[in-house]
Ligand binder design. Sequence first.
Ligand code: NAD
Length: 479
Amino acid sequence: MLDLTMTIAGKPEVCKETFPVLNPANGQVIGHAPECTSDLLDAAVTNAHEAREPWLADPSARSSVLLDIAARLESNLEEFAALITDEQGKPLHEAKDELGGAVGDLRYYAGLSLPLDTVSDTDDLIVQVLRQPMGSVAAITPWNFPLGTAMSKLAPALAAGCTVVLKPSPYTPLSSLRFGELVRDALPPGVLNVVSGNDSLGSLMTSHPLVRMISFTGSVATGKKIAATAAADLKRVLLELGGNDPAIVLDDADVDAVADGVFANAFANCGQICVAIKRVYAPRALYGQLVDALADRARAARLGDGRAPGTDIGPLCNLAQRDRIEELVTDALGSGVRVVAGGSLTDGSGYFYEPTVLAGLKGDERIVVEEQFGPALPVIQYSDVEQAIAQANDSHYGLGASVWTADPERGRTLAPRVESGTVWVNTHQSGIPGQPFGGLKWSGIGVEGGSWGMLAYTELQAIHTNRMDQRTVSAQIGR
Ligand code: NAD
């Protein structure tokens, strides 16, 4: 049983109140997390605020700290992978991939520095544009990639010279609390604080007067509430919200290759990925074949405890999410929609739901229009590609999308017509360190990733210096 501490001003903090954290594979309590009080939150934010100036003053120290943190996380990768699997449910190999990405983010941002642009540089005048860090940042994360998402915020924020108060999801707080314990003595006190609590703690963070920026990843509904709260104080926001990614399969595609790619990118992490493929548009000529090929892969996938060797797909992270998938599948059935594979809860404890493929959809069912965020994939038939693009774009979401074709150039030509922050051709979800990632429409505001991801934690400052002799200046203005 894990009883972990929060990190505030570089010290451990516990609270009288705690809340239980469950293993979604069996519903058992695996640990407790402190329920942060408003006084302790205030201490965390105040310390982050006060730690800003010395942290900003030394970019090379920031870089060394990020490298140190990366090394500590990497040396403890097995422990953290097991913890993520236990609190979140994903198979151990996926937890290790998540941590590999987190370590990569820390190292990538350790190597970046803030740009200094010179707009004019003459004998009389120099105008330069600096990037100033926002200050103290409230970083609020969801439950699907507990440490991956935390590092995608901490790494660029700390590299840019900001200080951070991190609040993980109440479903998956343990890995972030443990991370705070691991790196506590690597940072100056107050630079990184880790607190835990329920949604109301998030609200307290976003309305705290000393928080200058909110970096949030989570649902659209919460993102809108945060934007409204932030507006009252004109706090800056970075919002990475939900997605309903379409995969558009073109009529020249190789069905087996597409089925492999689409299945992997729809069902990884049990479908609980913002940029998972969440709806597939297939041409009439390939529709039946593609549905069958996806269903074969769904039936072959091994569902189980993420700790068990050979598990392909774990449980959903929490009961509410499993109930939502069941509700959306049930809602879609009955009007010509059929379950081709899966479609049921599994027996026993744990929040399992069979990998499910649905066919015969018109495209207006809730499971197509809403973000399902789980292991149920609707496949919709189209008759011409213009119709497929129109249906893909007919959404409030705009996070990711993909085009699947034997002709990558044809895909690349179509890609800009799809309204999403990233469009992949013959893949989905892939990224390299220098690539930005963010959503259009309801999927978010701002980007993470690459140099843009660090600039997101800064504001422009222009320094305009008149180099002329002061008497010459007076003469010019007529005195
Ligand atoms: P959520 O919005 O319910 O919760 C996310 C976090 O916000 C949690 O820490 C929660 O405690 C906190 N929170 C809740 N209410 C709050 C409030 N009023 N003020 C401040 N904080 C509050 O989301 P979730 O269910 O944990 O995560 C799933 C969602 O996250 C999905 O929609 C998914 O697509 C999205 N997501 C997006 C990305 C991305 O990069 N775009 C990545 C991962 C997940």
